[in-house]
Design a protein around this ligand. Structure first.
Ligand code: MEV
Length: 423
């Protein structure tokens, strides 16, 4: 059997149909799955109507494949849904450099989310606290009875902790339940658990429960990923020093750190949309984690290893799921999960962190050398050639001439088309 590889020379030159043929073999997709991908939307208006309220249509974002990924010794083609040009090319380029030194190593550090119950107007907070802690295991049992499937899989409510907060409206007691969400993103399960315990807690404390909801600050759902990028391939010591200078700029200036992290999110959110994740939950978890020390910091660290290669690391919360939610309902999201072949949410998180690291390297590498406009210009130039009427080999020819001439515009694309078409 042919060995599966995500390193596909000139993949970008294929037409979408030939790319789909490659993908079909790579990920064992069915003809139905291929036709859903080709349809560009994945769902009908009636299916959409069961997802949200007041449906009137849909908006389609292209899904592209980032190539070259090896993560934990496995080959991956990464589906990315994004409207911004160059992100997928940049991702594939970084992954191509990383694979020369073995690719990405990634590890999920846990699947715990916190569910919060806010209790107010408690007459005797110390007794209330004592009562709750004494009944901790009973409360956990009650919580787990509301989510029997998750519990039977080894997940569910694992621990309860309490915190008192002094507010302008008096002391509040916050009951936090640590929930192992396994392969679910976990918001629904955490909300359900919080609602199941609130009236019992009111009885135990003589207080009143107000909010009962998951916390999106997912500090117990962290993923780490790292990779080594070869010094010679990157272009030598000088460029590595420039990349380290760029990273240090982000370490010391929040205005830069936010943009640095935006580059990371280009990869993470593109994969999240493709696989049907709650992107708002990811954004809020990741950006709040970036500022947990009180200073907004970059999510990656860059250093030279003992051989002078560039070593990059990323650590961030990745609250994602592969069961429940849109990821198991939306046909395109299901297909994207099939493309990845992931069996657990942790594995999806590990891929997401690796993609974030790759995306960051691509951005700071380009910014520290040629800048990012060159990459953008290539695509822009091809688009102009196509809109001028070029096709096939002429597209690249015209695009390349315009870039060489530093004269990239529609008028020039038309002139070149007329000239080359008639020659
Ligand atoms: C653009 O979408 C992302 C970058 O601005 C990220 C960065 O500056 O590191 C290129």
């Amino acid at each position: 059997m042919k060995k599966k590889t995500s390193k596909i020379p000139s993949f970008y030159k294929l037409n979408p149909h030939d790319r789909l043929d490659y993908l079909k073999d790579f990920s064992n997709l069915s003809d139905v799955e291929l036709s859903i991908l080709k349809s560009m939307s994945g769902i009908t208006i009636d299916q959409a109507s069961t997802m949200i309220e007041n449906v009137i249509g849909g908006i389609s974002i292209p899904i592209g494949l980032a190539t070259n990924y090896i993560i934990n010794s496995k080959e991956f083609l990464i589906p990315m849904a994004i409207e911004e040009s160059s992100v997928i090319a940049a991702s594939s380029k970084s992954a191509g450099i990383a694979r020369l030194m073995g690719g990405f190593k990634a590890k999920s550090l846990g699947n715990i989310m916190r569910s919060q119950i806010q209790l107010v107007n408690i007459p005797d907070i110390n007794t209330a606290t004592k009562n709750i802690l004494e009944k901790k295991s009973d409360l956990l049992n009650i919580a787990n009875r509301t989510t029997p499937t998750l519990h039977s899989l080894g997940g569910g409510a694992k621990d309860i902790s309490l915190k008192k907060i002094n507010t302008q409206r008096g002391i509040m007691l916050i009951v936090e339940i640590s929930v192992d969400c396994k392969d679910a993103m976990g918001a629904n399960v955490c909300n359900k658990i919080a609602e199941s315990l609130s009236s019992i807690l009111e009885d135990m404390t003589n207080g009143k429960s107000i909010l009962r909801i998951v916390s999106n600050l997912a500090t117990e759902r962290l993923v780490e990923a790292s990779a080594i990028f070869n010094k010679e391939i990157l272009g030598g010591e000088e460029i590595i020093n420039r990349i380290l200078d760029a990273a240090e700029f982000a370490n010391n200036d929040p205005y830069r750190a936010v943009t640095h992290n935006k580059g990371i999110m280009n990869g993470i959110i593109a994969l999240a949309i493709a696989t049907g994740q709650d992107t708002r939950a990811l954004e809020s978890a990741i950006h709040s984690y970036a500022s947990l020390t009180g200073k907004y910091l970059p999510l990656t660290n860059w250093e030279k290893d003992s051989s002078g290669n560039l070593f990059g690391r990323i650590k961030l919360p990745v609250p994602v799921g592969i069961v429940g939610g849109i990821s198991s309902v939306h046909p395109s999201a299901k297909i994207c999960l099939n493309i990845l072949g992931v069996k657990t949410a942790s594995e999806l998180g590990e891929i997401m962190a690796s993609v974030g690291l790759a995306q960051n390297l691509a951005a700071i590498y380009a910014l520290s050398s040629e800048g990012i406009q060159t990459g953008h210009m290539i695509l822009h130039s091809r688009n102009l050639a196509i809109s001028a009427g070029a096709g096939g080999e002429l597209t690249d020819k015209i695009a390349n001439i315009m870039i060489e001439e530093k004269n990239v515009n529609f008028q020039r694309a038309k002139e070149l088309l007329n000239k080359l078409d008639n020659s």
